[in-house]
Write a protein that binds this ligand. Structure first.
Ligand code: CAA
Ligand code: NAD
Length: 284
């Protein structure tokens, strides 16, 4: 199957990054969000990232302009998806929202389209049940920041066809990423390991064992992590992190996955990390 055009639904942290790498790889991209301000914010993140690459002499200004020119913005799902070959969804990590979005996509997408969700760990099978074509449905899990991180987890739902897996494996390669095929389970592979580690760092902070800077320094110098777990939490988004951890807790029913009260309190206070300006560190 030849892919020419890709729709990305949700223009937040991940959607903007996914749209950027798709456009950088030569695909036409339809980027959709619910408000003009949100697509504008997504486009300005892409513009800033490309300028950084141009400033480093790794891309010409003309090429960066061509990348921006391949991305068109939409506020309506039917308009964004009706003429594309692949749809990648990156809206908030909420099952009901994702199912509603996919039911709408299903009505407007071409019969041949491949449907992919960037969920951090929700059931691919359950999201696919909102569509009439679960065989064309798959998990395509990118990592943050998308332009930098090499991995894509490729996750089959119960009914995902081999043909769908092959199309997404090939697309992953064309985007310059490395895919690993993993079985469906809460949090898949990487988040099943990574998110509880971040969660434990928040318990360490909550118990007053060390400051955020000391915890992060500890994991950078003592475990060779590129950034500490609390800085990573701020990068991922504390709201997203809480949703992922809560899902692990609910699905496994094991108290080791419980989210700390401090994380819940910070999310309730609107401290979402970098994207809101405040998290374990201040970005204002
Ligand atoms: N967007 C695009 N490019 C970015 C970027 C961003 N937000 N942040 C940094 N970069 C680029 C820089 O331009 C730089 O590029 P060059 O090598 O071409 O010069 C490169 O990344 C390194 O950046 P810096 O030197 O400024 O900073 P750094 O050395 O701290 O690296 C990092 C930044 C790569 C993000 C590094 O901090 C890192 O690896 N952090 C951990 C990231 C991680 O673990 N992500 C997974 C999160 S979990 C997830 O995504 C799954 C989920 O479902 C929640
Ligand atoms: P985000 O909060 O930055 O962006 C989500 C975007 O979805 C927002 O712009 C919002 O306006 C938009 N949205 C909400 N409802 C919508 C709708 N009905 N139609 C279209 N757009 C809608 O979140 P994010 O960090 O980009 O996460 C998006 C998805 O990617 C989640 O499923 C998350 O779990 C997953 N993910 C996140 C990370 C991460 O590190 N943040 C990494 C991998 C996967």
């Amino acid at each position: 199957m030849e892919i020419k055009k890709i729709a990305v639904i949700g223009a937040g942290l991940m959607g903007s990054g996914i749209a950027q790498v798709c456009a950088q790889s030569g695909f036409e991209v339809n980027l959709m969000d619910v408000e003009q301000a949100f697509v504008d914010r997504g486009m300005s993140i892409i513009d800033k990232n490309l300028k950084r690459v141009v400033d480093k002499g790794k891309m010409s200004a003309a090429d960066a302009e061509a990348v921006m020119g391949r991305i068109k913005c939409f506020l309506s799902i039917p308009e964004a998806v009706s003429d594309v070959d692949v749809i990648i969804e990156a809206v908030f990590e909420k099952m009901e929202l994702k199912k509603n979005v996919w039911a709408e996509i299903d009505k407007a997408a071409k019969a041949s389209a491949i449907l992919a969700t960037n969920t951090s760990g929700l059931s691919i099978t359950e999201i696919a049940s909102a569509t009439s074509r679960p065989e064309s449905y798959i998990g395509m899990h990118f990592f943050n920041p998308v332009p930098v991180m090499k991995l894509v987890e490729i996750i089959r739902g119960y009914a995902t066809s081999d043909a769908t897996v092959e199309v997404i494996k090939a697309l992953t390669g064309k985007l310059g990423k490395i895919g690993i095929e993993v079985k469906e389970a809460p949090g898949f592979v990487v988040n099943r390991i990574l998110v509880p580690m971040i969660n434990e760092a928040i318990f360490v902070l909550q118990e007053g064992l060390a400051t955020p800077a000391e915890i992060d320094e500890g994991m950078k110098l003592g475990a060779n992590h590129p950034i500490g777990p609390l800085a990573l939490a701020d990068l991922v988004g504390l709201d997203t992190l809480l949703n992922v951890q809560q899902h692990l807790y609910e699905e496994f029913g094991d108290s080791k996955y419980r989210p700390p009260a401090l994380l819940k309190k910070m999310v309730r206070a609107g401290c979402f990390g970098r994207k809101s300006g405040k998290g374990f560190y201040d970005y204002t």
